[in-house]
Design a protein around this ligand. Structure first.
Ligand code: SF4
Length: 699
């Protein structure tokens, strides 16, 4: 049996073919040559998916307070606990914390339950940690959270600017596509803007090792340069934008002269000028950005400072041109589409808009509609810590490892009256705190859809039976909803029925928003099963999808105009001190995913980098009295961990890098989240994972 499905790791969203030999219990994995995201390519993680299957280490049955329980008893317990807290303390005393690993259908019912039936927006997602600054930046500039470009634009561009993105390791198949495009058209220029000299720099014509957090200075300087050098697309700016004067004023005030900007960014002025000239001279420019931009207390402003440069030059909505947020997770985009963030309503509608709330309420026939945004991830766990949120259901994520100030998350969960965790795996750091554990279906068992970074909706298909008593997340949510008395809103028998609801909802007020997949709202079960990857909008039945948005120059704000957002640069919240002289930067490595609950099971992936490490400049290592291969302690005001020192040559002076993947369950508590400062962007709520003052000492 051969099944076409989608990789469950990064936001590239590669198509996968699973070849199942049921008689011998073997699943072979290959890239899907027909899938437009990867055309048959897979990276090391995708290729090793077959090694992560099987029942070993899986959570196979429910537990209540550590004891095996029937599924009925566990679901009753969850519903009764949520009901009691709502009755005693109101709907804002309960919360869901979900994940970009959920399928769109799971996300849809979770969002519907909280915002339309329980009546709180206290549902946030680990996508808050990854791309919420991009969401806020898109909303401010375009009026809607939309990605205008597609992967093909990277192959059509004459200049690709990669900002805060180790694409080679974090989005490997996209990197392969870029590298191939450069091989075929050697004139294509690639600029990497990143404090670290990562693998991605292998294909760079220019690497700007900017000071961490200085991106707004850099792009404000670019805006001023483009304007002064006569590269403003006057017709486009006049017809399709507003706010240029204010944005220019802010840019000129902060940018100063070229030397001033270069000094603020910690780079040579001649290299900065080289970049500015390149940007000015190439008509087709894609600026792709990722966590180095988003995970910052100035993340939203960084995003808007990039978008401003594309608006000024009209390099948006055209083939090979535009700002491009590359998402981290397989379904971060699908979650945004159903309103999976505490600050959004379904189908890209706004919680703050009474008309939107009424539309959604009527569609859902909901008894108790949310009226205000809910708590964002860090706020949510603070509220649990402070006893304001008394019951939480955590789905498909491991916040005890991944959130900043992660030891406070432990303390919060310890104090919480009811902690429910649904997960595929048995031993995670977060499961330890669960009063109720619910076994969730894993990759290969789940059925539904995901949306990748280029808005492409793809099917994730089941090719294995459910393990033990595991059930799909949507099923678990619907069962709890029914037990809460919401039978009518949650009578779904399968993911297909949920998808139709989601697609029909997107059609409400169609034309007002770009997100419209109404053309998929009448798919038969067979058509849903056979659904080919398609990029939204899909406004009519039979529509082929939309590779590129904003081509008409129509935006989704007042008078259909985009907005230049004035951005004032600001330094990271916590400055370095004598005691903590280095910047702790965190991020991914090539062969592991998130907290390793799945990739940690694949022996071939462990061989790349088998243990956590502290990467630092050789001279900084010397100053810290540590050396390559030695165990050292990296410590911040919030926590500490011990790992081996590396001096890879990638690091700039003054910065140390520790990967995010290792945890308490697979290493001697190498949870770097416990070291990260819990400060967030004031607009998006995204934490500052790239800048925490730290020191390194011998162990
Ligand atoms: Fe999976 Fe991303 Fe690798 Fe593609 S690039 S195979 S989606 S991890």
């Amino acid at each position: 049996m051969s099944i076409n499905t989608t990789c469950p790791y990064c936001g590239v969203g590669c198509g996968v073919i699973a070849q199942v030999d049921a008689a011998n219990n073997i699943v072979s994995i290959a890239g899907d040559p027909a899938h437009p995201a990867n055309f048959g390519r897979l990276c090391s993680k995708g290729s090793a998916l077959g090694q992560t299957l099987g029942s070993e280490g899986r959570l196979l049955y429910p537990r209540i307070n550590g004891q095996r329980a029937s599924m009925n008893a566990a679901l009753d317990h969850v519903a009764a606990g949520f009901q009691r807290v709502v009755d005693e303390h109101g709907p804002d005393a309960v919360a869901l914390y979900v994940s970009g690993q959920l399928l769109t259908e799971d996300y849809y019912v979770a969002n519907k339950l909280m915002k339309g039936f329980i009546g709180t927006a206290n549902i946030d997602t680990n996508s808050r940690l990854c791309m919420s600054s991009a969401v806020s930046g898109h909303k401010r500039a375009f009026g809607e959270d939309l990605v205008p470009v597609c992967y093909e634009d990277l192959e059509l561009a004459d200049l690709i600017v990669l900002v805060g993105s180790n694409t080679a390791w974090c989005h490997p198949v996209l990197y392969q596509r870029i590298a191939q495009a450069k091989q075929q058209r050697p004139g294509v220029q690639i600029v990497v803007i990143d404090p670290r000299r990562t693998m991605t720099c292998e294909i760079a014509d220019l690497h700007l090792p900017v000071r961490g957090g200085s991106d707004v200075w850099l792009f404000n300087g670019l805006l001023a340069y483009l304007h002064q050098q006569g590269h403003t697309a006057h017709d486009f700016v006049t017809d399709h934008t507003e706010g240029l004067d204010e944005a220019l004023q802010a840019a000129l005030a902060s940018a100063g002269d070229l030397e001033g900007v270069a000094a603020a960014c910690g780079i040579h002025a001649d290299r900065l000028l080289e970049f500015y000239r390149l940007f000015a001279s190439r008509a087709r420019v894609v600026t792709a950005f990722s966590m180095g931009v988003n995970q910052s207390t100035a993340g939203t402003d960084k995003v808007n400072s990039i978008i401003n440069c594309h608006l000024l030059t009209g390099r948006i909505g055209q083939p090979g041109a535009g700002p491009f947020s590359i998402t981290g997770q397989p379904n971060a985009m699908g979650g945004r589409e159903v309103g999976g963030l505490a600050t959004m309503l379904a189908a890209h509608m706004d919680i703050e808009d009474a008309r939107h709330r009424e539309l959604v309420q009527r569609f859902w026939r909901s008894p108790r509609m949310v009226v205000k945004p809910g708590l964002k991830a860090v706020e949510l766990f603070d509220a649990i810590h402070d006893g304001k949120v008394k019951a939480v259901w955590i789905m498909a994520t491991n916040p005890v490892v991944s959130l900043p100030d992660a030891d406070k998350v432990k303390a919060a969960l310890r104090r919480c009256e009811l902690v429910v965790v649904s997960d595929c795996f048995e031993n995670t750091d977060t499961n330890e705190f669960a009063h109720v554990l619910l076994p969730a279906a894993g990759w290969g068992e789940k059925d539904g859809t995901v949306t990748n970074s280029e808005r492409r909706i793809s099917r994730q298909r089941a090719f294995q039976p459910l393990s033990g008593e595991a059930r799909p997340d949507w099923w678990l949510i619907c069962e709890v909803a029914r037990r809460l008395g919401f039978d009518n809103g949650f009578n779904y028998d399968n993911a297909h029925e949920i998808f139709l609801d989601h697609a029909a909802l997107s059609k409400l007020n169609s034309g007002e928003r770009a997100f419209d997949i109404g053309g998929l709202a009448k798919l038969t079960s067979a058509e849903y099963d056979a659904l080919e990857p398609v990029q939204w909008p899909v406004p009519a039945r039979g529509h082929a999808g939309t590779p590129r948005l904003l081509q008409s120059g129509r935006f989704y704000r007042r008078e259909s105009k985009a907005r230049f957002v004035p951005t004032a640069p600001r330094a990271p919240v916590n400055a370095l001190q004598e005691e903590f002289p280095w910047v702790l930067n965190t991020g991914r490595i090539r062969d592991q995913w998130h907290t390793m609950t799945r990739t940690g099971r694949a022996p071939t992936l462990a061989s790349h980098l088998p243990e956590p490490y502290i990467d630092m400049h050789a001279q900084d290592a010397l100053l810290s009295a540590v050396s390559e291969g030695q165990l050292a302690r990296v410590e911040t005001q919030w926590g500490a961990l011990v790992a081996r020192v590396k001096t890879s040559g990638e690091m700039p002076r003054g910065m140390v890098f520790v990967p995010i993947h290792w945890n308490g369950a697979n290493a001697s508590d190498a949870r770097v989240g416990a070291l990260v400062n819990p400060v967030v962007d004031p607009v998006s709520g995204e934490p500052e994972f790239k800048h925490t003052p730290a020191r390194v000492t011998p162990f």
